[in-house]
Design a protein around this ligand. Sequence first.
Ligand SMILES: Cc1cc2nc3c(=O)[nH]c(=O)nc-3n(C[C@H](O)[C@H](O)[C@H](O)COP(=O)(O)OP(=O)(O)OC[C@H]3O[C@@H](n4cnc5c(N)ncnc54)[C@H](O)[C@@H]3O)c2cc1C
Length: 328
Amino acid sequence: MTEPHLPIGVAIIGGGPAGLSAGLQLVRANRRIAIIDSNRPRHSATLHSHGFLTRDGASPLELRRLGREEFEAYPTATFAQAIVREVAPLSEAEALATGFPDGLGFRVRGSGVRGAADVEFLARRVLITAGLVEELPPFPMVRAFYGTSLHSCVECDGFEKTDKPLVLIGETSDLFARALLISRFSSDLIVFTNGADTVRPDQEEQLARIGIRVERRPIDDIVGERAEMTGVRMADGEVIPRVGGFVRPRWHAPVEFLGDQPIERDEWGLVVVDGRGETSVRGIYATGDIVPPGPQQLVIAAGGGARVAAKLNMDMIRGALGVGQVDD
Ligand SMILES: Cc1cc2nc3c(=O)[nH]c(=O)nc-3n(C[C@H](O)[C@H](O)[C@H](O)COP(=O)(O)OP(=O)(O)OC[C@H]3O[C@@H](n4cnc5c(N)ncnc54)[C@H](O)[C@@H]3O)c2cc1C
């Protein structure tokens, strides 16, 4: 059953650090805000998150719980546990009839998760903070070690890997840059391309100069004992001993709910926004992991949420008063 809701200022899709931070700023600007969250954070594989000022080492779930509690303490806040299925633009007449003064608005529909009701909101603006969906390299055991021995964020988990025999596994053209970043923590590093030709010979030479080897043979699987990774088994059967490291997943921005609205993406599939955080669809904003350039970290996502909230607030003030662009 769908619960009816009052028209709101902003529907925020995603209740991670980006969405919660934006939500907090906007309810504090006296806006009526709904955060709609399907409760599937990308970092659920990990027990400790690092680098968030005052919360270094905290559980990511605890961070979300605290953020939600702070947001929901405001009377104009709604937090819905649902997965957004559709974001459809209102016609100008519908938007004006709803009380949206600049004739711009959206209908946002979602299906309840974990027993929660389905939701429908009419919102002046939409903010997408849905994070990324990641596709790990296709080895049967990779998930078993992800978040413990293997990680994707070098800035987040590099420190704990200092001086260990490490891997970097991936098939994308940014492996060279990532290998340089990891070399801050350990020079005992092997870059596995799984047969892909994504590290150029000149880059391989530069890596060799600092003791990093590139292994181009295809991989069969990751091997280990219990939760501890012990090596990488190549397709030819050789096992190369390694205790952990980094994988480079492929990501995609989960914005299927936009249907055929023409949202621009970059070469990696992330959502392109302007300096104000607005996407190529007027009235739809995005921030957090889903937009470049990163780095993909909690503190960056939370900062992005606060920044885009300020821009959205001003956009709605301008829209209500009918004034053009102002310096803010
Ligand atoms: C294994 C791992 C470990 C990490 N460790 C660290 C660390 O130690 N330190 C650090 O700073 N960063 C870390 N990160 C990165 C950090 O988790 C992200 O940068 C941060 O969570 C991004 O925040 P976000 O709000 O953009 O997206 P997310 O936190 O991913 O939140 C997005 C939310 O949107 C929801 N959503 C998606 N689609 C919909 C939909 N259609 N409808 C409703 N809701 C939807 C999802 O369920 C999710 O709850 C780690 C990431 C991973 C994968």
